[in-house]
Write a protein that binds this ligand. Structure first.
Ligand code: ADP
Ligand code: ASP
Ligand code: MG
Length: 419
């Protein structure tokens, strides 16, 4: 039997009615002749609640116990989905990650999938089971502890199962009917894309578009999984939603295909550090050792000596996720106390956001950056940090202008119109 993977996100399994609605979609695919692997998220809001409970136990919690608690929301929905399917006379059973077993690294809270042995589930399909319901987001470490794959990780569970079982397609059912030119919650002008290239989706996801977890896109690209995003609240068929596919499968596209944003950014500046060989290594080494995800970096070129300093000095600015500011501060201060770096001041700005434009068309079109900067200027939005790569340009701005910036860029690149 051909295998299909269907993943239902939190809003799609938020209560028993929605689980029934999702189960009906699964039954329709079984009736079409598929063996189905269903991946479920926790009910909407559940994981946040569990994270909140863990955090209230104290600031320095055991990451293994965090995973034990936070993974539990998916256990409930997996069982309920299986029960609902059984009630519809569809032979189904549920698996928690460790039962499969979905083998991961031991990086608790952000584990990576290492392997998914098929035997157990294949055997059940051979015995007549039609649907394997898998609790998303969770696995088991080599030490035998429960792990989780990072927020949004059920997408990655789904793609990994699709790869391991050579599924015909991996359908991600969510609360929007596809991938849009930007988050449809920010502007009603956002337009659904019929197709998007893996590379673009990868950038959009890693720059903040949470419709797919970044790692799921990476896996889909590597294992050539046919990945589709579609709505669980609408009637759908083979042509619904957005297909994430190879660039070659897309006939026409705009120079910029999407705008992404990330709200929870912080900017830190070390004021007047020495400008000498090795200074960047002395700053970013300790930050890396402390596990800080440094994103954008700017170092000003120092053309003159400053008063009170014997040699050339410069400012070093970097951005990192807001929840890592305390860790970053501690790492930098420890390096200073140990005499490895010197600076006059450490300035932290936690009121910033990152806005990015993404498109493979940028490889062959000049002027995208200029157009982006002009659009922000026209809204009087000041750019604090800029970074670019082959197919994206990101800017750090004041958080209060984030939505305005996304709307302005969406207009400037005429994303409401298709190519
Ligand atoms: P699920 O619970 O189904 O995994 P998520 O909340 O993780 O759903 O992801 C879906 C949400 O992603 C949408 O409701 C939408 O607000 C947001 N989103 C952000 N950027 C985009 C985009 N470019 N296209 C579609 N949705 C986006
Ligand atoms: N429930 C988890 C989360 O909210 C995983 C997921 O839904 O993908 O992050
Ligand atoms: Mg999600």
């Amino acid at each position: 039997m051909p295998i299909l993977v269907m993943k239902f996100g939190g809003t799609s399994v938020a209560d028993l009615d929605r689980i029934r609605n999702a189960a009906e979609k699964v039954r329709a695919e079984v009736q079409r002749g598929y063996d189905v692997i269903v991946i479920v998220s926790a009910m909407a809001g559940k994981t946040n609640e569990l994270v909140g409970w863990v955090e209230s136990t104290g600031p320095f919690f055991d990451a293994r116990e965090y995973d034990a608690v936070v993974s539990s929301g998916e256990n409930v929905t997996a069982g309920l989905m299986s029960l609902t399917l059984q009630e519809m006379s569809v032979p189904a059973r549920s698996w928690q990650g460790w039962q499969v077993p979905l083998l991961t690294t031991s990086a608790h809270g952000a584990a990576r999938i290492e392997d998914i042995p098929r035997e157990h589930i294949d055997q059940k399909f051979a015995e007549g089971m039609k649907v394997a319901v898998i609790a998303g987001f969770q696995g088991i470490s080599p030490e035998g502890r429960i792990t989780t794959l990072g927020r949004g990780g059920s997408d990655t569970t789904a793609v990994a199962f699709a790869a391991a079982f050579a599924a015909e397609r991996c359908d991600i059912y969510t609360d929007v009917d596809g991938v849009y030119t930007t988050d449809p919650r920010i502007t009603h002008k956002a337009r659904r894309l019929e197709r998007i290239a893996f590379e673009e989706m990868l950038e959009l996801a890693s720059l903040g578009a949470k419709v797919l977890q970044t790692r799921s896109v990476e896996l889909a690209m590597r294992y050539k999984v046919r990945l589709r995003v579609l709505s669980s609240f609408e009637e759908t068929d083979e042509t619904s939603g957005t297909l994430v596919c190879d660039e070659e499968e897309i006939m026409e596209s705009n120079v910029v295909s999407g705008v992404a944003y990330s709200r929870d950014e912080a900017k830190m500046t070390l004021v007047t550090v020495e400008d000498r060989p090795g200074i960047a290594a002395a700053i970013f080494g300790p930050l890396a050792d402390a596990g800080v995800n440094v994103d954008m970096i700017v170092q000003n070129i120092s053309e003159k000596d400053y008063e009170g300093h014997s040699g050339a000095v410069t400012d070093m600015t970097f951005s990192c996720p807001m929840n890592q500011v305390a860790t970053a501060r501690r790492a930098v201060e420890e390096a200073r106390n140990a005499g490895r770096i010197q600076y006059d001041d450490l300035v932290v700005d936690t009121e910033v956001a990152k806005v990015s434009v993404v498109g493979i068309g940028m490889r062959s079109h000049a002027g995208v950056a200029a157009r982006m900067f002009a659009a922000l200027r026209d809204e009087n939005i000041n750019i604090k940090v800029i970074s670019t790569s082959e197919i994206k340009i990101s800017v750090l701005i004041d958080r209060k202008y984030m939505e305005l910036a996304v709307q302005a860029l969406h207009d400037a690149f005429e994303l409401e119109k298709s190519a």
